[in-house]
Write a protein that binds this ligand. Structure first.
Ligand SMILES: Nc1ncnc2c1ncn2[C@@H]1O[C@H](COP(=O)(O)OP(=O)(O)O)[C@@H](O)[C@H]1O
Ligand SMILES: [Mg+2]
Length: 141
């Protein structure tokens, strides 16, 4: 029996998010990467762009500044998009509460993290030892 093929990282690029104007740049980064993978699926692209928007808005609103990274991994039968956000803020005070639908610490809609969960196959919400928030989602196609 042969071992299952290990997924290989074929792209990893990051964009700094510290001001409103960085959101379109992070979106552009994803578009470029998708263009190079040769995957043309408008629904997936729209979902990934929504994920980037919500992560970037949370960095600016709750974390101050940080970065968003986009990774693409490929194995013989599927491709995974990993999108992560980390920031230099004070982290997520209550991880369970943050994921409760409608909860927002500052009168937001409180649906951003729920949307990420609904749009992805796998999601990690954590705080970095250095203090900021770390959120990563994976979507497989
Ligand atoms: N990067 C972050 N740093 C600190 N807290 C965060 C971060 N992202 C999310 N949170 C916390 O999780 C809550 C829920 O986030 P979200 O679902 O996006 O709703 P909203 O942004 O509308 O408040 C936020 O109100 C905040 O308390
Ligand atoms: Mg939000």
């Amino acid at each position: 029996m042969t071992a299952p093929e290990k997924p290989q990282i074929i792209e990893k690029r990051c964009a700094v998010v510290s001001k409103e104007k960085d959101i379109p740049s992070a979106r552009a980064l994803l578009r470029q990467i998708i263009g190079r993978t040769g995957i043309i699926d408008e629904v997936i692209e729209a979902q990934l762009l929504t994920i980037i928007d919500e992560l970037a808005k949370n960095i600016l609103r709750h974390g101050g500044e940080g970065k968003i990274c986009v990774k693409v991994v490929r194995s013989s039968d599927r491709t995974g998009f990993g999108i992560s956000a980390e920031d230099r803020g004070r982290g997520i005070a209550d991880l369970d509460l943050a994921l409760a639908p409608g909860y927002s610490e500052d009168r937001g809609m409180g649906m951003g993290l729920n949307l990420l969960k609904a749009l992805s196959d796998d999601m990690t919400v954590a705080n970095l030892l250095s203090g900021g928030a770390f959120i990563e989602v994976w979507k497989w196609i």
